[in-house]
Design a protein around this ligand. Structure first.
Ligand SMILES: C[S@@+](CC[C@H](N)C(=O)[O-])C[C@H]1O[C@@H](n2cnc3c(N)ncnc32)[C@H](O)[C@@H]1O
Length: 274
């Protein structure tokens, strides 16, 4: 693992465990993202990817497998030691050898190689300003590269079933999340040649007990931003609402943005090697 940085209390050990248990996307959904990315890669080989804010690696593993078919590798970067510790133990169990862990804040990260794929899943809202993120990506990028962003739009956030029980958490999320049009505008400002936006429906049925357990673990970081009293009021209402159900529908429509940058003048710097 490379370079330590300050731990973020929002993504400390108990949240990392909750994240591992409760935020794992269905394998069919992960396969769908992997299929879309693979289509974008075409027959390119020796690809180096950077998973920015990788968390416990819900997408790092499938992408590492995909990239190994392209003789590629993935660097998994996160500022949270707790998330990376969990990811490290999962990598050790998996036997996968094309993942490198980097502990750093992305905005102060100094890449030692050039990447041609950047994956940002559920992380863009944790950066207050978009411009420094895309400048940093450009500085670490190969001549042609793809940026893939998985995020929630304001409309999608508002449609999440839990938001009526935790309106202040929804407000916090609406404040933190960038507008999709603003992300697109910033990508255009950074001269991306093609930008594609699509909706992926990750809605699923979850056993009611498991659903409640995840809320008890405060698996959404916006729940951790609430004063305890407001969180408890929401929990009481949520428990009452799901008490007679066996299953709960977890609404999870998300937005995937694919932005391609083509053929800028060759620049100095080495390509990432295994
Ligand atoms: C909501 S989680 C998403 C994890 C993963 N991408 C996924 O979709 O499963 C956000 C992650 O971004 C990390 N993070 C937040 N700000 C960061 C920063 N400035 N630099 C690096 N990682 C950051 C957090 O530690 C956390 O693990």
């Amino acid at each position: 693992m490379i370079a330590p940085s300050d731990p973020d209390p929002l993504f400390a050990a108990n949240h990392a465990l909750a994240f591992l248990k409760c935020r794992k996307p269905l394998s069919t959904i992960v396969a769908r993202y992997a299929g879309i990315i693979e289509q974008q890669l075409g027959n390119r080989m020796d690809i180096a990817a950077l998973d920015i804010g990788c968390g416990v690696g819900h997408f790092t593993f499938p992408f590492a497998r995909l990239l190994s078919r392209h003789h590629g590798r993935i660097d998994a970067l996160d500022s949270s030691p707790a998330m990376l510790d969990l990811l490290a133990s999962r990598i050790a169990e998996s036997g996968i050898s094309n993942i490198r862990l980097i502990r750093d804040d992305f905005l102060s990260f100094r890449a030692d190689c050039r990447y041609s794929l950047f994956w940002l899943s559920d992380v863009l809202h944790l950066f207050e300003r978009l411009d420094p993120v895309f400048s940093k990506i450009s500085a670490a990028a190969d001549n042609s590269f793809l940026v893939a962003i998985r995020m929630s739009s304001h409309e999608q956030l508002t449609s999440y079933e839990w938001s009526r029980y935790f309106p202040d958490a929804l407000d916090a999320d609406l404040r933190r999340h960038h507008d999709v049009a603003a992300v697109e505008a910033c990508l255009r400002h950074h001269d991306f040649s093609s930008i594609e936006i699509q909706e992926i429906d990750e809605t699923r049925l979850v056993p009611a007990k498991e659903y409640l357990r995840c809320f008890e673990l405060k698996y959404l970081s916006s729940l951790r931003l609430l004063p305890e009293s407001k969180y408890q009021v929401g929990m009481a209402a949520l428990r009452a609402a799901v008490s007679r159900s066996t299953w709960v529908t977890r609404n999870a429509r998300t937005t995937l943005i694919l932005a391609r940058y083509e053929n800028r003048a060759a620049q100095e710097g080495s390509l990432c090697r295994l």
